[in-house]
Design a protein around this ligand. Structure first.
Ligand code: GDP
Ligand code: GDP
Length: 435
């Protein structure tokens, strides 16, 4: 269970300064490349052994054309929906403003614990000014200075008391990290935008910059997932060559970081050499995969079109035969949901653990029916199978003569494994070991 602390307040009170102070220690390298910087509004922090996520809600609404009042509502709604505790930040130097009162009115009505941080209390003599904020009727006032850190410890001591758990050190664990890849113009950005625009989606993070790619948190159709966005970054570039160079680096890094890769292809062009390379790279890295054939709206179809298309793809990526292929159109929104649903399923296939007894009950009889062929008059005897901990499903087959297992028999076993257990979209590894 993760703890979430939201920071709300009008512009310029110091929310992002405070946010940066909280997350700077745990935040990976920030993206400071010219032209591609995006503000972070979502980060991880730790205080006295408690882990939590911080949201700077102000970051979500600045620069929009909304009226100020609706911005306030948006911020507070986000905070109330998502947060364990809310830090309401005000500026001691300005005193109570009309907007502060509006925030306070909405916050008072919420059931969440609210902490009023009177920021910019840089020196003890300013602390007196903080008392004015008791008028907001939101309880204790915490005079702090986001700039020099004074008072922030006392505030955080109280905030973490509202947590119901220690928090999780890696809040991303168990949530699929997804990367959308594909050649230029296949529709990656359109797909991303369509996801963002889906009415039922809630973007809980527009931009947390981790390492080289942007990690965006989504909750859609009841599923949580993280999109590692490389496509979106590229388009913001100013220095074209640099951006191209970095975008390739980023794609590779993003692939490394992700659990499942959505390979987008253009229906009119089919699967191309570069896609095949990407798929074999992803397979070697043990990544889950989904192929999204986009722009399906442009194809003239009869009852056999999709089967023919599928066959063509499968011939190109043979012997890989386990990747789900979905025919979609971002333009008409056809099967966009299925792509996400399938991606989450693939992640589940990738992370599941099969108990040893179940594994042996299912596979040993198959081996008995069709044992490994004898080599040089020697019988190969597979005794038992167990799944081992690894980045992707890996199974050890204990046998007397592991060196004599032929690739064709390994293939046979993999097929049986896939027939018995659902590993759609996921590479699996069989390891033969002496026992
Ligand atoms: P936000 O719009 O609420 O995110 O506010 P910012 O974090 O961008 O801060 C607005 C301005 O207030 C910046 O110029 C900060 O340097 C300044 N500021 C933030 N915290 C403090 C503080 O504790 N003391 C002082 N003196 N200035 C601060
Ligand atoms: P990216 O380079 O992979 O990010 O591709 P874009 O998202 O920029 O899309 C390239 C072009 O394909 C744009 O003109 C899109 O409008 C168009 N496009 C994207 N998806 C579809 C689709 O499903 N059907 C059709 N007909 N056009 C699409």
């Amino acid at each position: 269970m993760s703890n979430i602390v939201a920071i709300v307040g009008r512009p310029n009170v110091g929310k992002s300064t405070f946010f940066n102070r909280l997350v700077e220690k745990r935040q990976a390298i920030m993206d400071n490349m010219a032209g591609v910087t995006r503000d972070r509004h979502y980060g991880y922090a730790e205080w006295i052994g408690k882990f939590f996520t911080v949201i700077d809600t102000g970051g979500y609404v600045t620069g929009s054309e909304d009226k100020f009042e609706s911005q306030i509502r948006k911020q507070v709604k986000l905070a109330i929906d998502e947060a364990t505790a809310v830090i309401f930040m005000v500026d001691v130097r300005d005193g109570i403003t009309g907007f502060d009162k509006e925030f306070a009115n909405i916050l008072r009505a919420s059931k969440k614990p609210v902490f009023v941080a009177a920021n910019k209390t840089d020196t003890p003599d300013k602390a007196m000014l903080a008392a004015e904020f008791y008028e907001l009727s939101l309880g204790e006032i915490y005079p702090i200075s986001s700039e020099n850190g004074s008072g922030t410890g006392e505030l955080l001591d109280e905030v973490v008391k509202t947590f119901v758990s220690e928090g999780v050190e890696d809040p991303d664990e168990g949530i699929p990290k997804i990367t959308i890849v594909g050649r230029p113009n296949v529709g990656k950005s359109s797909f991303l935008n369509a996801l963002l625009g889906t009415e039922r989606s809630i973007v809980t993070d527009e931009a947390g910059t981790t390492r080289d790619a942007i990690h965006s948190y989504y909750k859609m159709y009841g599923k949580n997932f993280i999109l590692i966005d490389t496509a979106g970054v590229r388009k913001k570039g100013k220095v074209k060559e640099d951006i191209e160079f970095y975008s390739v680096l980023r794609s590779l890094r993003a692939l490394e970081d992700s659990d499942v890769v959505i390979i987008v292809i253009d229906a009119e062009r089919g699967l191309e050499a570069q896609d095949v390379n990407l798929i074999s790279l992803a397979e070697r890295q043990g990544k889950g995969m989904v192929i999204m054939v986009n722009k399906w709206d442009l194809i003239e179809k009869d009852s056999k079109t999709s089967d023919k298309f599928k066959k063509e793809i499968e011939e190109k990526i043979a012997p890989i035969d386990y990747i789900p292929i979905i025919f979609a159109s971002v333009l008409t929104k056809q099967r966009i949901f299925q792509v996400i649903e399938k991606t989450v399923q693939v992640f589940e296939n990738k992370t599941k653990k099969i108990p040893t007894s179940k594994l042996n009950d299912a596979i040993l009889p198959e081996i008995e029916r069709q044992p490994p062929p004898s080599i040089k008059g020697k019988h190969i005897n597979i005794k038992y199978i167990t799944q081992v901990n690894a980045r992707f499903p890996s199974f050890v087959f204990f046998c007397n003569l592991p060196q004599y297992i032929q690739p064709s028999y390994e293939r046979f076993l993999e097929n049986k494994m896939r027939a018995q257990f659902d590993f759609e979209g996921v590479p699996i590894r069989l390891i033969f070991r002496k026992k």
